[in-house]
Design a protein around this ligand. Structure first.
Ligand SMILES: O=C[C@H](O)COP(=O)(O)O
Length: 254
């Protein structure tokens, strides 16, 4: 049975001090809650905070540590970069890959992302692989063709065993950080489509077992409606993961 996941992607926000305070608030709030059945919570802070945040999360025991990126090589002369093995060594379990911001601002393409995916999986980590169309693509009525290509080039080269470790995040670019959320019907339509594509590329069981998250201006007000859709298995949360009360409300939305 697939997991429900709420993952907070802090992006390049917070100082170290503010970040640790936020994690303490969230762990305290979550400690008092009985999380919904089969719900996993992930926090992906900026890389310099990973070790300390991981220690705090380990004390609470309910929230898992995620990273926002990693390099495709195992080690070597790559100044400023961080390998999957290094992430694993500080307690990281999930790595966000293919985020539209990395595709757009850092030129990450399918070829590079496939190398990063392999590196993450080889280190025993779970990728949260992001896909999503621009407003232009949606308005041209090319969303499904675009997503099919992203899935095929980005993910479907993985073996069945590798693919079983992957979480997919559908993030329509036009909804990221804009306050413009996809309607629950739009999200459901795309998530069901993604599941169909997985069934075609692998099999029905793989499709049923894959967690597919929605991302893009999800918040404490709309999470319940989004998560109630049959093919929406949680969220990749940006802005609203920076406020303890909002993030906790989202976690409780299942
Ligand atoms: O990784 C998170 C997504 O890009 C969503 O960001 P947002 O919730 O601020 O729109």
């Amino acid at each position: 049975m697939r997991k429900n996941i709420v993952a907070g992607n802090w992006k390049m926000n917070m100082t170290y001090q503010d970040g640790l305070a936020l994690v303490s608030e969230i762990t305290n709030m979550v400690a008092d809650e009985t999380l919904g059945a089969n719900v996993e919570v992930v926090i992906a802070p900026p890389a310099p905070f990973l070790h300390s945040v991981g220690k705090l999360l380990a004390e609470g025991g309910k929230i898992h540590l995620g990273a926002q990126n990693c390099h495709q090589k195992e080690s070597g002369a790559y100044t400023g970069e961080i390998s999957a093995k290094q992430l694993q060594s500080v307690g990281v379990e999930y790595v966000i890959l293919g985020h539209s911001e990395r595709r757009q601002y850092f030129g990450e393409d399918d070829e590079l992302l496939s190398q990063k995916l392999k590196a993450v999986l080889a280190a025993g980590l779970k990728p949260i692989f992001c896909i999503g169309e621009s407003l232009e693509t949606r308005e041209a009525d090319e969303t499904f063709a675009f997503l099919t290509t992203q899935l095929k080039n980005g993910l479907f080269h993985l073996s069945n065993e590798e693919f079983a470790q992957v979480v997919i995040a559908y993030e329509p670019i036009w909804a990221i950080g804009t306050g413009k959320t996809a309607t629950s019907q739009q999200a459901q339509e795309v998530h069901a489509f993604i599941r169909e594509q997985i069934a075609g590329a692998y099999d029905a069981e793989a499709a049923l077992n894959t967690t597919i998250l929605y991302g893009g201006s999800a918040n404490a007000q709309n999470a319940r409606e989004l998560f109630s859709q049959p093919d929406v298995d949680g969220g990749l949360i940006g802005g609203a993961s920076l406020k303890s009360r909002d993030f906790t409300e989202i976690i409780k939305s299942f």
